[in-house]
Write a protein of this length. Structure first.
Length: 518
């Protein structure tokens, strides 16, 4: 099914002084609006519950980004009723109209690109380059899914008809109300992709954003309202995962759940969704993207500098807080010492500090809970391996942990097996390519992976046997582009839903076959 022309949103070039000036002004604009109070949005109405949480700057924990009203169970039930009502008209709205909402939202984000990115720098602790890429990816999702929906609407010839006997049709119809539970690490891009896919497919949404990045989520909802999205189609209900999250997952009228987050929470959602509640007349669909323990395998005979550069960039981009981040480097013994030496040098050279500074490459981790977890893993690493670089942590101002590398590890060590989700790299030696591939696959996850090799037979073997949803050859294992590298993983990394790919929207719809006799 061909789509209308689609081009990815270009990234900002911060080497240009004028571009840096624009971002600096955007940061100033965002700062002027810090501390605002954000209500729920249910059925297009702003609701103030009086139960507030504060969103704080992870680089400066005393700075309040915004105060966000929290939904109660009663609010969530109200949102469900509004979504059910809106679904009856939204599902019959032409695909062109639904797609146009996405295109208009993309235009709004594009016009205010630096302001959205600057808010992520402050609320999410994202360095300029990472925040800019996040906003660009959000725009890409809107443009891609809008065009994909237009293509899916034109599928008259996918089934055969019999002349003078019958006319057969096959069409996709909307599912219903979706519970969209989004992560904090891509607070605009992933949230936009999950939400817009559900909406353009004709569904209505209960959006529960991550508790640490609710302000950027609110701004996205505002943008979709400005783009003409009818009231009740998208309902913004921030709140506790154990309360609001569980309620909307278990609700008998919830038709599907779209989730991105940790393995533990994802498994709980999968289990809850499998249970048919009283009054429920369908099996709930679950779209889940969970964790990773992603590896870059370095073969013998490679460019040492290129391999180390790919590992360091993939390990420490956004402080390693990506499900796709390189958490393990598995290096052939012939080049192990040389690559490890370069990893240490490149890691030490990273600019570490407050992401407000445009030169910062590694900023804080997201919050106190993450800080404590990663600090614990540093202690575990001290027992399991050799500290090559980093290892220091400070919570004096914000939640800062140095880019940390442990080497000479046993492949079965805890820090080689468990997801740390921070600026933390574990390195081990492999005796051969076959040994390296076996180590890479020896994990419960299967999200991303990379092989750096000049051996064509090894590259081809990896294509078949490196068991991950997103495999990269001779490049880093992060940076999937919408429409180019559909993203999603195997095993405990989720349902392999492939966001930004040709079959993602279909997960939000169901097929209907119609036959009329002549």
């Amino acid at each position: 099914m061909a789509m209308y022309p689609y081009q990815t949103e270009p990234l900002s070039d911060f080497s240009i002084p004028e571009v840096r000036d624009l971002y600096t002004k955007a940061l100033q604009t965002v700062r002027k609006n810090l501390g605002k109070t954000y209500p729920l949005i249910i059925g297009g109405k702003r609701l103030f519950t009086g139960k507030l949480i504060e969103s704080r700057n992870p680089a400066f924990d005393q700075e309040v980004v915004g105060q966000v009203h929290q939904a109660t169970i009663e609010d969530a039930e109200m949102a469900m009723k509004e979504a059910l009502t809106a679904f009856e008209t939204w599902k019959k709205t032409p695909a062109t109209s639904r797609a146009n909402v996405l295109f208009k939202t993309a235009a709004i984000l594009r016009k205010n690109k630096h302001e959205f990115s600057a808010l992520m720098t402050i609320e999410g602790g994202k360095p300029w380059v990472e925040a800019d890429a996040d906003t660009a990816e959000a725009i890409d999702f809107l443009e891609y899914y809008g065009r994909q929906m237009l293509s899916l609407e034109r599928i008259d010839d996918v089934v055969l008809s019999r002349r003078n006997m019958e006319r057969n049709e096959y069409k996709y119809i909307s599912l219903g109300v979706g519970a969209i539970i989004t992560p904090w690490n891509f607070p605009l891009a992933i949230l936009t992709g999950m939400t817009s896919a559900a909406i353009v497919a004709g569904n209505t949404v209960l959006l529960k954003p991550a508790s640490v990045t609710p302000c950027i989520a609110y701004k996205l909802v505002e943008a979709m309202e400005q783009a003409g999205l009818p009231a009740g189609v998208l309902n913004y209900i921030p709140g506790s995962g154990s309360e609001i999250g569980n309620y909307i997952v278990n609700h008998p009228k919830t038709r599907f759940i779209s989730f991105t987050g940790s393995k533990e929470v994802g498994m709980g959602i999968y289990e809850q969704a499998a249970k048919v509640q009283p009054g429920q007349i369908w099996l709930k669909r679950v779209i889940a993207e969970m964790g990773g323990k992603d590896a870059i395998v370095v073969d013998s005979g490679v460019d040492i500098d290129m391999a180390a550069d790919a590992i360091v960039k993939a390990a420490f981009g956004y402080s390693g807080q990506k499900c796709s981040a390189c958490s393990r480097a598995i290096i052939h013994q012939d080049v192990y010492d040389a690559v490890v030496k370069r990893i240490g040098e490149y890691t030490k050279a990273l600019k570490f500090g407050d992401p407000i500074d445009h030169a910062t490459q590694v900023g804080p981790v997201i919050d106190k809970k993450a800080f404590a977890k990663i600090s614990d893993y540093i202690q575990i690493g001290q027992r399991e391996g050799k500290l090559l670089v980093g290892g220091k942590a400070s919570s004096d101002k914000g939640w800062f942990i140095e880019p940390t590398v442990f080497v000479d590890l046993d492949p079965k060590a805890r820090i080689m097996q468990e997801e740390v989700f921070g600026p933390f790299l574990s390195v081990c030696k492999a005796t051969s390519f076959e040994d390296a591939l076996a180590i890479a696959n020896n994990t419960e996850f299967g999200l991303t992976g990379a092989l750096i090799s000049t051996n064509r037979a090894h590259l081809d073997r990896a294509r078949e046997d490196f068991h991950v949803g997103n495999l990269y050859l001779n490049r880093k294992c992060t940076g999937a582009i919408v429409g180019y590298q559909p993203f999603g993983g195997f095993n405990m990394s989720g349902t392999d839903s492939k966001a930004g790919g040709p079959d993602y929207l279909v997960l939000h719809m169901q097929g209907k076959s119609i036959s009329e006799a002549f």
